[in-house]
Each structure stands twice: as structure tokens, then as C-alpha cells.
Design a protein around this ligand. Structure first.
Ligand SMILES: Cc1cc2nc3c(=O)[nH]c(=O)nc-3n(C[C@H](O)[C@H](O)[C@H](O)COP(=O)(O)OP(=O)(O)OC[C@H]3O[C@@H](n4cnc5c(N)ncnc54)[C@H](O)[C@@H]3O)c2cc1C
Length: 454
């Protein structure tokens, strides 16, 4: 049954909104989630129909999986994922020749580590400053920066890269990351197809406007992508604080689109590695592409187009995106491969009116701006979403944790819930931990004893 006058209204049913809803449910606080799309999950979206096999348009991997609360939830409910990291991750086709370990280990990973280390040591400049543009393999590291951060290296803050907490354990979700977020949301009060167009903070309530009417609540959690603030799609009264508007300019979203091909039978059986990068290093304007081949034995290939390459291809349109992906596949696997394709589909995150991009990435010199997203807005409004997390930004798990955090902060915020029932012991302990303002990624998220309660 839908809650008509919730204590807290949550805008957006992505991983962050679902995290907030689950935390409020456990705290016994009435709430309602409003979602503009006709499905839950946001950038967590498992598609089973377009190509006849499951593929995730958005998130696909449990990153830092050894400490990932969503991985522990998947384990608990038997949602399948790969349990061991892939051994050799990548091969690159350069000038028609396959090459493996040297590129992966001594070029790509070393440079990515150098960028993060610079950030950790307090240097906040463009990632590009650590790359040699004259190097024949420059397009490859540029492309890997684009995949990791969804931006081109000249627009990536080393400080932001250094803040990301990477355990190096990354596991893809066999049964679908989107399907997982949808499963854990099933007990929550969610209204689909309801776009929030305005949020008004009044002395005693927050009023949320939708095309089908207004809802009033004591507090509001806004769990929509950062782009909605950058482009003013949701109107705020009073205006957003200036430092927050500035933070949205400082931490914009980049681009990451996928093309999925299904084949009439397995076609990469002789290819030893599940991942491939395909590019011509000599051409300065080369646009490398990364492919995932036969994930979980499915006869499919998933193509990743990221950063400005993703943006340009999206602007050229879906057919151009597919044609470019196929052209690169043919370079590596021969022209016969096109004839084996039985279905294809593509994501469109960048042009989706409710998403508007891939994930957030701070501009060079602006790594500290992210912290502003954790500040309450006019005391009653709290932000959640991947952009809010200080250490697991750009991930579904980061989004989920900020939802938990926003729920506890909203619940504990000055005077709003003075008469609320004392929460159950487990919830109380969680509230206590959050009220001490531990960093979001602090122990409680990764302590095995809490796996079941979050
Ligand atoms: C191609 C791609 C690959 C990725 N790969 C990974 C990966 O492997 N692992 C990983 O952890 N992360 C990955 N990510 C990032 C991850 O998907 C996101 O960080 C995470 O899902 C974001 O969750 P969120 O709740 O912050 O936002 P979203 O999932 O975007 O949810 C926001 C919700 O708000 C809704 N909304 C927007 N405006 C309104 C409005 N006005 N009114 C009501 N509702 C509204 C939207 O429809 C949406 O459902 C990937 C992302 C992309 C795009």
C-alpha cells in the first residue's frame, strides 16, 4: 500500500534511493519513493529482451568486491556473480597484432596507479599531466582513463582519482546488477512514472511537485543523478546554496555507452581472453574500443564507448555507434563475424532525460568539491547518489551507501523527528554510528557482522 503522507519522500529509485528506502524501512520511518521512469534501478538496468540474452546497460561489476555491501547482499539472497577475479584481464589488438601482459601490466595499470598515487599525495591536477601524448600507446591509456572515469584525461582530477578506494577485486554480476537492485527494492513503497519537477522547502515541511500533484513530508532525500542539478531540471525554492550549485559544475558527469551484439553461436572460442581493446596506435585520432567477449559463456559481445568517444558516437546516433563497434570487431576477428550477428542493442545514458551521462568525475583542482554534496540543503533536504560518496564515487555500491547515510541523517536531523519511536536495537546502533559522522565508507559497511542488517 502506498504511503500518502510520508515522513520522508525520496526522489529517484536507483541504488541510492533504494538504499535510503531500505534504511528508513528498518528505522520504522514512513517514506515514499518517487521514480520518473517506469522501472526501478536507474543506471542499474539488466536487459533480458533486446538481444535475447541478459546484459547490463549500466553497472555490471561489483567493484572492490571484497568490501562491497551489495555483493554481500547478493550472496545472501543467492544472486549469482563471478566469485573469482579474471586472471589475465586484457589483450589489445594494435596494428593488427594481439598483445597482452606488457600492455596491461607495464603500461595501462602503471599509469593509472601513477595518477591515483599523485592524487593521494595531495596533487590535484589533470590526469593528462602524467601521460606522454607522444607515446605510440597514448590512445590506449587515454581510452582506459575514459573507461575508469567516463571523462577524457584532461578533465579528470588526480585528487578525485586518488580518493577512490580500490581493493583491486572486481567481480561481474552474472544474474545482472540491475536485477539485483530491482530484487532488493521489492518490499519498498515506490511510485513509478512520477517525475519530480520542483522541491520547495517551507518552514515546517518540504513540498515536492509532480505532474500528478504535490506531496508534503518532513524531509526529502534527493537521489537523482548530478546532471539534474547541473541542468536545473528540478526547480528549487529557495535557490540551492551557491557553493552547492558550484559543486555541481565542478563535479560533472561524463559519458559511457555500451553496444551489445548477439551471435547465432559462440564466435570467440579461440580467443583466450574475455576482454579486448582494439585500436591502431599510430593514428593520433584513433578511437580505441574495449570489448567484453562471451561474458558467462553467453554468445554475445559488449562494446564500451567512453569519454568523448562515447559522447560523439551517441551524438552520431545508435546506428553509427553499432557500425563503429562492428567495424572494430571485424578488424580483430574478420569480416565473417558480422554475418553471425542476430541482434544488437545500445545504451543511451547520455541522452536519457532522467540520467544525462555516465557517472561523476571532478574537474582538475576540484576534488574537494564533492564533500559539499554531503551537506544538508535548507536543513530538510539531503542528497544521495554516486556523486555524493567520497571514496566509492561512480559506483552502484557508493550510491547505495549514500542512500543509507542520507536516510540516517534525515532521520536524525535537528528536531524533525523528536517524537519518533525509539528504533530497534540494530537500527539504533546504525543510527549511532552514522550520527558520529564516520566517513561513509567506514567499518560498518564492511564489517561482516553487519552484512545482513544493511
Ligand atoms: C555504462 C555504465 C557502466 C557502469 N558500470 C559500473 C560497474 O560496473 N560497477 C559499478 O558499481 N558502477 C558502475 N556504473 C555506475 C553505476 O551504475 C552508478 O554509479 C549507480 O547505478 C548510480 O546510482 P544512483 O542511485 O546514484 O543514480 P541512478 O541509478 O541514476 O538513479 C537515479 C534515479 O533517479 C530517477 N530520476 C531522475 N530524475 C528524476 C526526477 N525528476 N523525478 C523522479 N525520479 C528521477 C532516475 O530515473 C533514476 O532511476 C556504471 C554506469 C554506467 C552508465
Amino acid at each position: 500500500m502506498m504511503v500518502q503522507n510520508p515522513d520522508i519522500v525520496i526522489v529517484g529509485a536507483g541504488a541510492a534511493g533504494i538504499g535510503a528506502g531500505l534504511a528508513l524501512k528498518r528505522l520504522g520511518v514512513s517514506h515514499l519513493i518517487l521514480e520518473a521512469k517506469h522501472r526501478v534501478g536507474g543506471r542499474a538496468y539488466s536487459d533480458t529482451s533486446s538481444i535475447g540474452h541478459l546484459w547490463d546497460h549500466g553497472c555490471h561489476w561489483f567493484h572492490s568486491a571484497d568490501k562491497n555491501v551489495l555483493r554481500f547482499m547478493a550472496e545472501k539472497i543467492g544472486h549469482e556473480f563471478r566469485e573469482l577475479p579474471h586472471a589475465g584481464n586484457m589483450q589489445a589488438l594494435m596494428n593488427g597484432e594481439w598483445t597482452g601482459v606488457p600492455v596491461e601490466k607495464y603500461f595501462v595499470w602503471e599509469l593509472l596507479a601513477k595518477i591515483s598515487e599523485a592524487g593521494r599525495s595531495g596533487i590535484d591536477v589533470a590526469a593528462d599531466e602524467f601521460l606522454d601524448r607522444g607515446h605510440a600507446w597514448y590512445p590506449l591509456i587515454r581510452h582506459w582513463c575514459q573507461m575508469m572515469y567516463s571523462m577524457d584525461p584532461e578533465n579528470i582530477s588526480t585528487g578525485d582519482a586518488g580518493n577512490y578506494s580500490d581493493s583491486g577485486v572486481n567481480l561481474p554480476v552474472k544474474a545482472g546488477y540491475g536485477a539485483l537492485v530491482e530484487k532488493i527494492s521489492r518490499q519498498l513503497p515506490i511510485q513509478l512514472g512520477v517525475e519530480v519537477t520542483a522541491v520547495e522547502v517551507l518552514p515546517k515541511v518540504v513540498r515536492v511537485e509532480t505532474p500528478s500533484g504535490k506531496i508534503e513530508a518532513k524531509a526529502c532525500i534527493i537521489a537523482v543523478p548530478a546532471r539534474s542539478f547541473e541542468n536545473g531540471r528540478i526547480r528549487f525554492t529557495p535557490h540551492l546554496p551557491k557553493r552547492l550549485s558550484q559543486a555541481f559544475q565542478d563535479v560533472p558527469m561524463g559519458w559511457f555507452e555500451k553496444v551489445a551484439f548477439a551471435f547465432d553461436r559462440p564466435v570467440f572460442e579461440n580467443h583466450e581472453n574475455p576482454f579486448a581493446d582494439i585500436f591502431d596506435p599510430v593514428a593520433g585520432d584513433t578511437r580505441p574500443l574495449n570489448f567484453e567477449l562471451h561474458p558467462f559463456g553467453r554468445p554475445i559481445a559488449i562494446v564500451h564507448a567512453t569519454g568523448s568517444v562515447g559522447r560523439e558516437l551517441l551524438e552520431e546516433g545508435e546506428e553509427a555507434m553499432k557500425a563503429f563497434a562492428l567495424e572494430n570487431l571485424e578488424k580483430a576477428f574478420g569480416h565473417g563475424i558480422g554475418k553471425r550477428i542476430v541482434a544488437s542493442a545500445a545504451s543511451s545514458w547520455g541522452s536519457d532525460p532522467f540520467i544525462g551521462g555516465a557517472y561523476s568525475c571532478a574537474k582538475p583542482g576540484r576534488a574537494k568539491a564533492r564533500a559539499v554534496f554531503s551537506e544538508p540543503i535548507h536543513e530538510r533536504v539531503f542528497l544521495a547518489g554516486e556523486h555524493v560518496h567520497q571514496h566509492y564515487m561512480a559506483t552502484a555500491r557508493g550510491a547505495y551507501e549514500t542512500g543509507l547515510d542520507a536516510a540516517h541523517r534525515a532521520r536524525n536531523s535537528g528536531g524533525l523527528f523528536r517524537r519518533a519511536k525509539r528504533p530497534a536495537l540494530a537500527s539504533y546502533l546504525i543510527s549511532w554510528t552514522f550520527s558520529r559522522r564516520l566517513p561513509i565508507s567506514a567499518g560498518i559497511m564492511i564489517n561482516p557482522q553487519h552484512r545482513g542488517t544493511l
